[in-house]
Ligand binder design. Sequence first.
Ligand SMILES: [Zn+2]
Length: 88
Amino acid sequence: MPFYIVNRNPNPATLTKPAHHEVHDIGQDQFPGLLATLRDCLPLQNNWLHLGFHLNCQSAVEEAMKRPELTGKAANGCYYCANGCHTM
Ligand SMILES: [Zn+2]
């Protein structure tokens, strides 16, 4: 089951998208902070909020939206590693 994180820092709003926080899949059965593969799309580790293990990115995005740090913000899957949840 993949472990997910969300970027504390939002992507800035553009003409077509609201500001949003990207959710990333950091790999299967990884302990947070012990990455076997560092994806180029990942934010700096200082900016990670751990979302835990999820069966899919939908569940991880829902979890991200519950985080107080993201209150009132949008969360969305990363184009590269959580593409099934990438809608903005
Ligand atoms: Zn990613």
